[in-house]
Design a protein around this ligand. Structure first.
Ligand code: ZN
Length: 319
């Protein structure tokens, strides 16, 4: 069977510190919906937050492990240093103004390949970009943000990896079917083989003398690519294990995952599109209740006592 193409990113997962501050920034400032409030399955005393579009669509999902009082990390070689969201070029002025009004320092990074870029950081220092471009796709109305539909974030544009050496990382991306599209200075862009899904670009910035980072708040733990089904995931798993060490399939409730580290050090995941975030609560009330997997339910009371209490935001009426 031919391998199904990997059309783009599924989600990006990072560390944060204060849960409320993380929630406030991604919902109230960036206008994303809080689509799932759960715990880190490997460490159930800590939260796992998911933000995305109203439906929690693959390619729009940014997730965090917020640890109160976590020290800041340092981004270095072998890590995802920038996560970019997609907007129409005509929305850049809106976002510059909105972020500035929220007290966020915005740098006009300017033209890069096909896009115009604004660079800023979240409250934990995680580097984010808003990339304005001509193929940003249809306006995305959100019931949960006061961002006008035409300016709403359209999911991921792509991510930037920092690497000491290009070759082995390039070989991995090629093995996954991605192709080298362009380069400028020490930045090389790879794109998904087909389609117009969100998150179809990976930039690799090469700096042979770059130091290694340190995990902590504001650093990215892993990036996840999409697979359409369990069957296609297993086919990809078989392909990947010819080249790299890859985990067995892990049940992440809302998707099924395999993980492998590309040779430069970035942790890659492949996550299935189904079953999705409406698995255990109605789409209308995503994110409102703490959801934990069945096997943790007997410990729910203890888990809830250990988690910081948070205040959710009210639904906006965004006509
Ligand atoms: Zn993940």
């Amino acid at each position: 069977m031919a391998l199904e193409p990997i059309v783009g990113l599924h989600h990006v997962t990072a560390y944060a510190s204060d849960p409320q501050r993380n929630l406030d920034f991604y919902t109230e400032v960036l206008g994303l919906r809080f689509v799932k409030r759960t715990v880190n399955f490997d460490d159930p005393g800590t939260y796992h937050f998911y933000f995305g579009d109203d439906a929690g669509s693959p390619g729009t999902i940014i997730t965090f492990f917020p640890w109160p009082h976590a020290a800041r990390g340092i981004a270095g070689a072998g890590e995802t240093t920038h996560t970019a969201f997609s907007v129409a070029t005509t929305s850049l002025a809106y976002w510059h103004e909105r972020l500035t009004r929220a007290g966020v320092l915005v740098e006009e990074t300017g033209a890069r390949f096909e896009e115009q870029v604004l660079t800023f950081a979240d409250p934990d220092g995680m580097k984010l970009e808003i990339a304005g471009h001509e193929e940003a796709g249809a306006a995305l109305r959100s019931r949960f943000a006061d961002v006008p539909a035409e300016h709403a974030l359209r999911g991921f544009f792509g991510v930037t990896l920092l690497e000491r050496d290009l070759r082995a990382t390039e070989a991995t991306l090629r093995m996954m079917g991605w192709t080298r599209l362009a380069e400028a200075g020490n930045r090389v862009r790879f794109v998904a083989p087909e389609g117009d899904a969100p998150g179809r670009r990976i930039d690799v910035v090469v700096d042979p003398s770059c130091g290694f980072g340190r995990a902590g708040a504001g650093t990215v733990h892993h990036i996840a690519f999409r697979t359409q089904s369990d069957t296609t995931q297993l086919a990809w798993r078989h392909e990947i294990e010819q080249h790299l060490q890859v985990t067995t399939v892990q049940d992440r409730t809302y998707f099924h995952s395999i993980y492998f580290r590309e040779p430069g050090g970035v942790l890659f995941e492949m996550a299935t599109d189904p079953p999705g975030f409406a698995l255990d609560e109605p789409i209308e009330s995503l994110g409102e209740e703490l959801k934990i997997p069945e096997w943790l339910e007997p410990r729910r009371a203890m888990i809830e006592r250990r988690l910081a209490s948070i205040t959710l935001h009210k639904e906006k009426v965004n006509a």
